[in-house]
Design a protein around this ligand. Structure first.
Ligand SMILES: Nc1nc2c(ncn2[C@@H]2O[C@H](COP(=O)(O)OP(=O)(O)O)[C@@H](O)[C@H]2O)c(=O)[nH]1
Ligand SMILES: [Mg+2]
Length: 257
């Protein structure tokens, strides 16, 4: 067993407005994440939060910016590379990823949802990290879990697979009736986090070529053709790679496509 004092790392992702910051506050039991519609929109930008449950379990939560559309424009891709370098090296430093939380609003499955799932689960974590779905906006359901009973099959149909799920409301300041659901949601969410974080003891750190492999897969989302020299420029100037390694990454990219 891992020692109780160990901090586990959670990466939360999903579109802007899905409720990620609200979910972090719900999990923390206090307002630590800023809820704002505007803020920083650059893909793979992240903010780190520390959360400790009453039972002593400690977590670092990485609140990330995902894709807002199914595809990335070339310029966005270049900024996403810069963010990816920082994110990957920070996650390594912190001991790797223990759990992915995919935050979605209860509604239909969209192409952007599928892209975010692929970006974080398949590309960033190479399917090696447990993923739990957090479905928000369910306060109008008589029983919030019913949403999954009705919709779980659609997620599977679109290849969005999860090890567990939490059907919740993450909205504070709702009226009395919904307030109970908010409090109940905290228990459900924490239960899912504990169930899937404690089992996987070591965080996943991606191995040697983690960053290179992630960046080269990322190119699949890009509309148009980013210039080789632009990519090499970013990898050497912003990500600290040598020219040699940067060229290798670009070559790997071309092999994948
Ligand atoms: N009704 C309702 N609103 C929610 C829920 N979760 C978040 N919101 C609201 O949706 C908006 C976006 O939430 P936020 O947490 O900032 O989403 P983020 O962009 O993914 O971090 C805010 O106005 C929240 O108050 C929910 O479960 N139900
Ligand atoms: Mg947010």
């Amino acid at each position: 067993m891992a020692p109780a004092s160990l901090t586990r790392n959670i990466v939360i992702f999903g579109e802007t407005g899905a409720g990620k910051s609200s979910v972090i506050n719900l999990m923390a039991g206090q307002e630590i994440a800023h809820i704002s519609p505007d803020s920083h929109r650059c893909t793979l930008h992240w903010t780190e939060y520390q959360i400790t449950f009453e039972n002593g379990s400690r977590y670092k939560v990485f609140d990330t910016v995902g894709l807002e559309e199914p595809r990335l424009q070339t310029g966005e891709y270049l900024s996403a590379i810069t963010n990816a370098c920082g994110l990957v090296s920070t996650l390594k430093e912190r001991g790797g990823v223990n759990l992915l939380l995919f935050c979605i609003r209860g509604g239909r499955v969209t192409e952007t949802m599928q892209s975010n799932y692929r970006l974080f689960f398949e590309f960033l974590c190479e399917e090696k990290v447990p993923l739990a779905l957090v479905v928000t906006n369910l306060e109008r359901e008589t029983r919030m879990e019913d949403w999954y009973t009705r919709n779980g099959c659609y997620l599977e149909k679109y290849n969005i697979r999860s090890a567990g799920h939490a059907c919740i409301t993450a909205a504070q300041l709702l009226d009395g009736r919904h307030r109970d659901k908010y409090e109940a949601s905290r228990g459900v969410l924490r239960g899912v986090v504990e169930a899937h974080c404690n089992g996987s003891m070591e965080g996943w750190t991606g191995g040697q070529g983690w960053l290179a492999s992630f960046i080269s897969k990322l190119v699949e989302f890009v509309v148009g053709r980013p210039k080789k020299t632009d990519i090499i420029g970013i990898l050497t100037k912003r990500c600290g790679m040598t020219k040699e390694v940067a060229r290798q990454v670009v070559r790997q990219m071309q092999d994948e496509n």
